[in-house]
Design a protein around this ligand. Structure first.
Ligand code: FAD
Length: 385
């Protein structure tokens, strides 16, 4: 029996996130005219950057004390925004997300001077942020990095080679992970630091501002250290815990947009005297995608809501959402192309762009198999104690 006030409540986003969602959807709609151009570029599109800056949404990626929107970076807010942005443009999504991922180490562990210098500029999109972890010989296995950090005479010297770094060559600063003695440390290296140069861009399946950062004895003042020596990994872990679930948000948005394209096309095009959407297995392919997107979104919001309260305690949920949503997006874009036939293959079509944009999501910020490995360990521990 249910009495007054006991009506069943749907699981819904709280109101302030719904408003944010609308704001992000408006920004996404406002870049529709330049989305295809930006997503074919291996550099940041200046007009896209300006529209994101003018929207004020980059403020979601920085704490309020430094010009941000919310007291702390809120995983659910970042996720909700990315869902909308990725439905329109992969570059818009990346530009937004990297402001957070590249600056979070500073916000969470950086000294006051670095926070005051960089975070307001990141929030206003006057400075571009980047996080430099990956190296030619070390991707998933980050403990194998060879970059070194040494402190001498009030300076920090960084030597190494970082590769596949989003925004390399365009960022104003890099949060760089290196070995220091028998631990790992993070250092903020401004783009104009002596000894830092960049190379690129890399050409990949879905164009991206992506290059190498060469640290040939790059020198910065000792105050550019982010956190105490040896704490680099815990700061990176905190960064991943806050942002991993937002990749799931982006994957859900992209998948939804791909399904919409497929539905429009198959409802309009007739073969054998019927719309494709009613023909053979096509209805089941469309409905399967819809089902998978709804499941992915429900898990993503749940994980993001948990991460917005305690990112570290809910990392397993964020990991489940990241893997679930990015793998689902891969299947959804594949089905979309299939049901659209040759029209799904045409260079420059929206669906072809979504198809390519979905692929890297299953590799960056924890490849599916790497995440599965850690999830399985946790599962066994939870069950067997
Ligand atoms: C678009 C894009 C943007 C990126 N931006 C950045 C950035 O801004 N900063 C940065 O530092 N890096 C960035 N990267 C790099 C990214 O973090 C790495 O690609 C990722 O960590 C995987 O490393 P890898 O590519 O070297 O693959 P590898 O580590 O060589 O792994 C290859 C494959 O092996 C399997 N595998 C590896 N380890 C395991 C395991 N333990 N268990 C089971 N299977 C395993 C997985 O299938 C994996 O996909 C970016 C990459 C892309 C594609």
């Amino acid at each position: 029996m249910s009495g007054p006030g006991d009506e069943p409540r749907y699981f819904e986003l709280p109101g302030r996130y719904v408003e944010l969602q609308r704001e992000a959807a408006d920004l996404a709609a406002s870049v529709a005219d330049i989305a295809a151009r930006a997503d074919e570029a291996d550099q940041i599109d200046p007009e896209l950057r300006e529209r994101l800056r003018a929207s004020g949404l980059a403020r979601v990626t920085v704490p309020a004390e430094y010009g941000g929107r919310y007291p702390r970076v809120d995983s659910l807010a970042v996720t909700v925004v990315r869902e909308q942005l990725a439905a329109q443009s992969a570059q818009l999504d990346s530009l937004f997300a990297m402001q957070g991922i590249g600056s979070f180490p500073v916000a969470t562990a950086g000294p006051a001077e670095l926070r005051a210098r960089w975070l307001p500029a990141v929030a206003g999109l006057d400075a571009i942020a980047a996080l430099a972890l990956t190296e030619p010989q070390a991707g998933s296995d980050l403990k194998a990095i060879a970059t070194t950090v040494t402190e001498a005479g009030g300076e920090i010297i960084v030597r190494g080679h970082k590769t596949f770094i989003t925004n390399a060559g365009e960022a104003d600063f890099y949060c760089v992970l290196g070995r220091e003695d028998d631990g790992y440390s993070l250092v903020l290296v401004p783009a104009d630091a002596p000894g830092l140069s960049t190379k690129g861009p890399h050409q990949i399946i879905a164009p991206h501002s992506l290059g190498d950062v060469l640290l040939d004895g790059a020198r910065v003042p000792a105050g550019h250290r982010i956190g105490a020596p040896g704490t680099g990994f815990s700061t990176i872990f905190a960064t991943l815990a806050t942002f991993r679930v937002s990749v799931a948000g982006a994957a859900v948005g992209l998948a939804q947009a791909a399904l919409t394209e497929a539905v429009r096309h198959t409802a309009a095009r007739e073969q054998f005297g019927q719309p494709l959407a009613r023909l053979g297995p096509v209805p089941a392919l469309l409905a399967t995608s819809w089902t998978e997107i709804e499941m992915a979104r429900a898990l993503t919001y749940r994980a993001a809501a948990a991460a917005s309260i305690d990112p570290l305690a809910s990392l397993h949920l964020s990991s489940l959402a990241k893997v679930g949503a990015t793998e689902a997006a891969g299947r959804v874009v594949d089905r979309a192309v299939q049901v659209m036939g040759r029209f799904g293959l045409e260079r420059g079509s929206k669906i072809e762009r979504f198809y390519r944009a979905a692929r890297p999501m299953r590799i960056y910020e924890g490849a599916t198999e790497v995440i599965f490995d850690s999830l399985a360990k946790r599962l066994v521990k939870d069950v067997t104690g």
